[in-house]
Design a protein around this ligand. Structure first.
Ligand SMILES: [Zn+2]
Length: 315
């Protein structure tokens, strides 16, 4: 994975890990770099504007030229009245320092050429804005705009605290997530394959299922969802091995019901080391992916929680 923090710091930017955003102030103009790996791009925005309409048009036509000079490298380059936005494709090398420097140099050149002044990225009022993190976004705001965001945020936090976790529904959600993993495991097992996806499904499904129906994830909710979805995955694995055993016994010429085969399974596991190792080896892959997914989803849920009510000044 590319080290965006290091790349941005090498050109004097700071980096906010929670939002994956870089930021800096140059001559009072706020720069924000938003890295968006899922859309395979990153954008550099500079909150500033010229004092007259003609200069604004000039900047836009300069940006058109800027874009045509960098085919493939750029997605968009425009001035929206409050900020200059330059969006780069996230290339294979993922080195963004070069692109960001390129954008900064260009913006500073326009700023000098067309006498741009710093402004708020929301209301557009000329002022000396600061860089704030509101929820999951990082923006250049004047104190008035930040104040109103902060008020909305305070209301959200209050509503959030008043929201009660619905444990029975959360439990059902975790069950559904775990069940999805178990069913996928069974299907793949019937096809004679080991499924990585099943472990992931159960791991993610448990916690996100809990969040979906239980509304709010608490520490107890995390424990419940991990245990419930793990039990479902294990049950799926047990049934899958049971099916294999049932088929084997039938092929040996014995007449046995599936339930009887399931009951015999523990004996086989205890007595036959070869079967035991084969089962362990097959299932360990599903269990490892489950653990990975569970850790990832706990991390994601916690991060979402931290970001949701965030309203702080970064710079
Ligand atoms: Zn404002």
């Amino acid at each position: 994975m590319a080290d965006y923090k290091q790349q941005l710091e090498s050109i004097g930017f700071r980096y906010d890990t929670l939002t994956a955003a870089g930021y800096n102030k140059i001559n009072g103009i706020c720069f924000v770099v938003r890295i968006n790996p899922s859309a395979k791009d990153y954008s550099v925005t500079a909150s500033c504007k010229p004092q007259d309409e003609q200069s604004a048009q000039m900047i836009n036509s300069e940006l058109q030229k800027f874009m045509s000079e960098r085919p493939k490298l750029l997605k968009t380059a425009l001035f929206d009245g409050k900020q200059i936005i330059i969006c780069y494709n996230l290339g294979f090398t993922a080195n963004i320092a070069q692109g960001v420097s390129d954008a900064v140099n260009t913006v500073m050149y326009y700023a000098n050429q067309y006498a741009c002044i710093p402004c708020c990225s929301v209301c557009g009022n000329p002022s000396y804005p600061d860089i704030y993190s509101i929820g999951s976004s990082v923006s250049a705001l004047c104190t008035d705009c930040f104040g109103s965001f902060q008020k909305k945020n305070a209301v959200n936090i209050m509503q959030d605290e008043m929201m009660i976790t619905n444990y029975p529904m959360g439990f059902i959600g975790a069950m559904l997530g775990g069940l999805a993993g178990a069913v996928i495991w069974l299907i793949f097992s019937l096809l004679g394959k080991i499924s990585f996806i099943a472990g992931f499904f159960a791991g993610f499904g448990g916690i996100f299922g809990f969040k979906w129906l239980g509304k709010k994830v608490t520490a107890a909710g995390i424990v419940i969802s991990v245990i419930v979805s793990f039990l479902f995955l294990i049950s799926g694995m047990y049934i899958a091995v049971g099916i294999d055993l049932y088929n084997a016994i039938i092929s040996w010429g014995y007449d046995i019901s599936f339930t009887e085969a399931l009951k015999l399974l523990p004996e086989f596991i205890i007595e036959d080391a070869e079967i035991r190792n084969a089962i362990l080896f097959d299932n360990i892959i599903g269990i490892v992916t489950f653990i990975l997914a569970a850790i990832l989803s706990i991390w994601q849920v916690r991060k979402d929680g931290q970001l949701k009510n965030r309203a702080i000044r970064l710079m």
